[in-house]
Ligand binder design. Structure first.
Ligand code: ZN
Length: 462
């Protein structure tokens, strides 16, 4: 029987050449998947003896590893991807908000489906959506998740500034309903968000943070991302964005702070002291940032960390590569640190630590008994990994998403060689091509930068 056919079974005993456990590729291990979970993980012989009803599927030249976790994304913005290239900071004002407000329900659904599919193809089995303003947006992501089969931390946005008391009451009741609706969903995990601290009063920041703390879900906020937002916060409230959260008593272990790139020593201490988590988004820094979060320093200080794409590109291997490279360029080079965390740090941040940052440690992030079977089967029979001397670090520096042979979420085979088995991705993409052009044309988007070709013609006067 071929591997694809074998992996479709509901109960599986997999015996890959290597299994990534504790960020270390281990040989001669086996895992059992039943009812969507890992029910046994251990030395192959012992696992086979404990599960005599199953026939081992041998997977030579394959690595089984946990799926990546994207701790910061915007699933309903995928129509706009390359529109943001070359743009100065605070792209949300000129591109994302105008675009999102002009998307129809069908556009929202297609955007979310496209982004979820891209994420899964890039090896992300979990994605945290940082919040959508409309109930149509939430519904679109809900539908995309059920079609594509990715795990999703789904946030509802709760702003109050500039709203009437009635609108605020409506937002609060919607937030409560959102938390209850998804409390025991298999693939969707609820969360609340405030896009940036300046969008909410101290009272609302406090209320939402504590609501999340009680529910045990992440409170997602973009914090200290750009110079412009830090300056605006200082002028308006006399405090930097993270200090605003602290002052409002909205800083605790529920916080999943996206970016945190412009961070002072005392803010590092605040994050550490209050047990907050940070989404380190190196590609977002490269494309549009003022700085790179000092992720290694944060980790050493005990700050919880995950990796995020911020909707830039959904390729888990390129993300971990960027995570390491950005630390080396900004911190390692100047002080002669040639290791910058070695490979394992970035693998952990992209899986187990990311799950912790997303409040999903008890659900996913590792290949361990009791957790959901969210995993990737990687083809290691490729020239880039031949010969192999340090497979863990090679995954960070040399591997690529084309090596992802299978993607499983909750024990279900969702992609084989990059394509879904139970829905028509190419038909979806054809619809996106047709609709995205009209949607982008209708939205009052203000681009500062031209396309690459236009930029070239300015240089060469062609
Ligand atoms: Zn973001």
């Amino acid at each position: 029987m071929d591997t694809l056919h074998s992996l479709k079974a509901s109960s599986l005993l997999l015996q890959p050449q290597f299994t990534l456990i504790n960020e270390t590729p281990q040989p001669n291990m086996a895992v059992v998947i039943r009812d969507g979970r890992f029910t046994d993980v251990g030395p192959a012989e012992a696992v086979a003896l404990r599960n005599p009803d199953l026939t081992a599927i041998e997977l030579p030249q394959r690595l089984l590893m946990p799926g990546f976790i994207d701790t910061h994304n915007h699933l309903t913005q995928s129509y706009g991807k390359a529109l943001a290239f070359g743009e100065p900071s605070e792209i949300f004002k000129r591109i994302w908000v105008p675009l999102e407000q002009h998307l129809t329900e069908e556009d929202l659904m297609l955007s979310a489906q496209l982004a979820s599919f891209e994420a899964l193809r890039g090896g992300f089995t979990t994605v945290c959506d940082a919040g959508t303003r409309s109930s149509a947006g939430l519904q679109a992501i809900d539908e995309a998740v059920s079609t594509v089969g990715i795990r999703c931390v789904l946030a509802q946005i709760c702003h109050d500034l500039g709203q009437t008391p009635e609108q605020v009451r409506h937002t609060e009741s919607q937030a409560q309903q959102h938390l209850s609706r998804y409390a025991s969903h298999t693939l969707i995990h609820p969360s609340l968000a405030i896009a940036i601290p300046e969008a909410a009063s101290d009272g609302m920041l406090h209320h939402v943070a504590h609501q999340c703390r009680e529910a045990g879900v992440p409170f997602q906020v973009h914090v200290n991302e750009h110079m412009a937002s830090v300056e605006r916060s200082l002028v308006a409230r006399g405090r930097r964005p993270l200090e605003v959260l602290h002052h409002a008593d909205a800083l605790g272990p529920e916080l999943l702070a996206a970016h945190m790139t412009l961070v002072t020593p005392s803010e590092l201490s605040l994050l550490s002291h209050h047990g907050a988590a940070v989404s380190y988004n190196p590609v977002a820094s490269s494309w549009k940032g003022n700085a790179v979060a000092p992720a290694l320093q944060m980790h050493v200080m005990g700050i919880r960390l995950g990796l995020g794409t911020d909707g830039t590109r959904s390729d888990g291997f390129r993300l971990i590569d960027a995570a390491e490279t950005a630390q080396r360029f900004t911190l390692g080079m100047a002080v002669g640190d040639f290791s910058v965390g070695a490979g394992w740090t970035w693998l952990a941040m992209a899986s187990a630590w990311g799950a912790d940052a997303a409040h999903l440690s008890n659900v996913t992030g590792r290949i361990a008994t009791g957790l959901a079977a969210d995993c990737l089967l990687i083809d290691i029979d490729v020239p880039e990994l031949t010969p192999s001397w340090d497979l863990g670090w090679e995954l960070v520096r040399l591997a690529h998403s084309r090596q992802i042979e299978a993607v499983m979420v909750q024990g279900q085979l969702r992609l084989w060689q990059g394509w879904p088995l139970d829905w028509d991705a190419r038909a979806m993409m054809a619809r996106v091509r047709k609709r995205a052009e009209a949607a982008v044309r209708a939205a009052p988007i203000q681009r500062i930068h031209s396309t690459s070709a236009q930029a070239r013609s300015k240089v060469f006067k062609l």
